[in-house]
Design a protein around this ligand. Structure first.
Ligand code: G3P
Length: 273
């Protein structure tokens, strides 16, 4: 499974690439705002164009998703082309991120505009990451429209299931991949029992029908979810910086290092100098 960093923070991205475990970057408007606010908070004057170019350069050779902010099919496609023309020449690694639907509620006339924009951009050879996926059928439609990547949001499905069942939780709390029961009944959203179940069903649907689109398991909030996304067959997991860092942690690894270090035979080290 490839690991992307889900961040627009230059320092986090640079660190994750320096660790040598990063295969790409995903951003979204909220992550961009967080990164810009953080810089502003430190009193830095940010040239956003230069800042994004630096992200692309660090991630050279791996895909970087940049999201559109328009709502109509034409607006999203035009902005996607603009983003691509502006930034792809930097390192040839731009992917345009398009919401599967830009509608704010059922019945909005823009309902299918995301898919239309995906088709338009894909038809021009511009790779698209179709985001805000919450059902396998949305993933299927996005793949049919030509998306190179589909991004199911695992953590936000867990949020929905927990909220609906009245469970009090922290955002990073683990939610079982097999789901939970509430009042003796499985807690589910239209047949989806957990965020990881959503990821697995998206992987299966695209696999069964031979689509090339890769699944990016997104909105993952802890290392165990990253493990379960891998076990579910997700081609990619996009992870916050802290989750990538925490994937390496184990008390017995630290303890083992202490014990091995204590036992080093000096002659062995001397021989290797
Ligand atoms: O990639 C999607 C991600 O940024 C959303 O994460 O934790 O806000 O649901 P989260």
């Amino acid at each position: 499974m490839k690991i992307f960093i889900d961040s627009a923070d230059l320092d986090e991205i640079a660190q994750a690439f320096d660790w040598g475990v990063c295969d790409g970057v995903t951003t979204n408007p909220s992550l961009m705002k967080k990164a810009v606010d953080r810089r502003a908070g430190k009193g830095e004057k940010l040239d956003l164009r230069d800042y994004i170019a630096r992200i692309l350069t660090i991630a050279k050779g791996t895909p970087v998703s940049l999201e559109v902010t328009e709502f109509s099919a034409q607006g999203m496609a035009a902005q996607g082309i603009r983003i691509y023309e502006l930034f792809n020449p930097v390192a040839e690694n731009v992917v345009i991120k398009i919401p599967v639907s830009p509608a704010f509620k059922d019945g909005d006339p823009t309902h299918f505009d995301g898919l239309k924009a995906v088709r338009d951009l894909s038809g021009r050879g511009i790779p698209v990451n179709c985001t805000l996926i919450f059902t396998p059928e949305q993933a299927l439609l996005a793949a049919k429209a030509g998306a190179a990547y589909v991004s199911p949001f695992a953590g936000r499905i867990d949020d929905l299931l927990r909220s609906t069942a009245g469970i009090v939780f922290e955002k990073s709390d683990y939610y079982p991949a097999d789901g939970m029961e509430g009042d003796g009944e499985p807690i589910e959203d239209n047949g989806i029992v957990s965020g990881i179940d959503l990821v697995e069903q998206c992987v299966d649907v695209l696999d069964i029908h031979g689509f090339d689109a890769e699944v990016i398991a997104a909105s993952l909030r802890n290392p165990r979810q990253a493990r379960e996304a891998a076990l579910a067959g997700s081609q990619i997991a996009t992870l916050p910086f802290g989750v990538i860092r925490d994937m390496l942690k184990h008390q017995k690894t630290y303890e083992g290092m202490e014990l091995f270090t204590r036992d080093i035979v000096p002659e062995y080290v001397k021989m290797l100098q």
